[in-house]
Ligand binder design. Sequence first.
Ligand SMILES: Nc1ncnc2c1ncn2[C@@H]1O[C@H](COP(=O)(O)OP(=O)(O)OP(=O)(O)O)[C@@H](O)[C@H]1O
Length: 582
Amino acid sequence: MSPAGPTVICAARDGGDLGLLPLRPPSSSSASASAGAAIMIYLTAPGLAVMPMRVMASDSIASVKLRVQTSRGVTARKQKLVFDGRELARDDGRIRDYGVADGNVVHLVIRIPDLRLITVETVQGGKFRFRVEPGRTVGYVKQQIAKDRRLHPTTRPDPDEQRLVLEGEDLDDRHLIHDVCRADGAVIHLLVQRSSSKISATEADDDGFEVSIVARDAGQQLPRRDVGIEPVVVGDPKAAAQQKLPSAVRDMIDAAVAGMEKGNAPIMSSEGTGGAYFMQDATGHRHVAVFKPADEEPMAANNPRGLPVSSTGEGLKKGTRVGEGALREVAAYILDHPRDGATGFAGVPPTALVRCTHKAFRQPLDQASPLAAPPPVPKLGSMQAFVSNCGSCEDMGPRAFPVHEVHKICVLDIRLANADRHAGNILVCKHDDGDGMSLVPIDHGYCLPESFEDCTFEWLYWPQCREPFGEETVEYVRSLDAEEDIAMLRLHGWEVSRECARTLRVATMLLKKGVERGLTAFHIGSVLCRETLTKESAIEEIVREAEGAGGCDDDETAFLQAVSEIMDRRLDEISPLGAKVI
Ligand SMILES: Nc1ncnc2c1ncn2[C@@H]1O[C@H](COP(=O)(O)OP(=O)(O)OP(=O)(O)O)[C@@H](O)[C@H]1O
């Protein structure tokens, strides 16, 4: 299957600002705009005509998104705005604070959900809700119905016995869900035609049936040389030779290779600002990994979401570099030390740096000629184990999240000064027994930035972060050691820059001091995050003051000593009593 770029569901134009303004050529030059002045900005998104929009320079990002929602039918939380290489991440930030001025072009990235909600209704009135990827076929949905535990085993119809009907029309097994259910909430009727011979065949060989019914990509066996995955070990070859791949990483790679060799092409996610591909297993029924090529990161040369190439090399978040997202993803996994067993304390899924080859990835422009069709280039990127989930924290209110599940993510984000912890980057997994849930943190391409400016933590607005840390978390935090962490990253080949190492040291120091004082994640997180876009956070002030203290210029130890003293003073001003749950 060829990768699909983000598609956009547009409502009819409302005849308001977006539609009626005369279009003049957009420019990227900045004309100064006074606070209250009306300015014209131009929104661009792949596949859409340029959208001129008149706004006030003092308008918030939220209000711009709301305007796009009203006129284009794309919900505000599914939009990302990017200007001059920076994500306009704070909804309460003002247009002018991000430097947007009259005549500027703002890039709009629309995150289309990877899962579509459909309801299957039986003639008896039974209802089953499914979340299905738009790239799946109707045949695949039939297989899911055949396996659905909500139906009694004796009454589960084989795929061959099912007819699925939408708005009076029989659905063809080969049709994609994307084509038959254009939006969430479609109701499909299930009719069952029993066949006794089929029942016995299914009982005899259930798996055989499923494989034979999958329509997508069947028979598309790719030649071996066109697909492959090689783990990449960077840095000192001696140190590299000592490293062994964790078994979870090995298994993930083996399963993804088996899938590609069977002809199950990687499927491009329709979410996210960079290229992200779901790797399938050999059956083609299961995602086993998510591959994010470095050259498809936001602002990188082959970004598939229409974002321009970074002119400075800086990534979407301050203090990060384009193309380094993969390293940071791997770093988050390496630093998520397990308490017991193999799973990390915060549960970052197994992640590795790999070189992966498949023609489904967006090929560099000079390779993309339809005439020559050269073999696909191997792509460097991060590969992370796929975690089955029932959505992300963005899809539900935070009240139901268990406190310790939130705390483990708070600890991870504070340590790594994560600049991209929005609710969409935490997956929700319901436990098999239907009781309880786990939260799985993903998307760590913007952790360990060189500065603290863009740190944002969605959980700061959740009640759980105002509860005291449990004993296990306190012990874990006590066991952390930034110097060991830096050494470990270097052993794995990441020559951590002085600035990133400093971020890790300062953030770990803050976490440890905060926990020893009995502060909550809310208090500690608030030190790291800016209250408004233009007001420095407490941690930025602490770092600036320490840098200003004499004798610290080249002496990291002296600098950290200065930070420690200033931090003590600042933290003493915070009362743990304020940690009461609201
Ligand atoms: N380990 C994983 N298991 C399951 N789904 C995942 C995993 N990692 C990413 N995804 C899903 O893949 C899609 C794209 O991933 P992701 O959001 O990380 O991409 P991105 O381009 O880095 O995003 P962002 O714009 O938020 O920075 C999302 O739907 C996400 O939920």
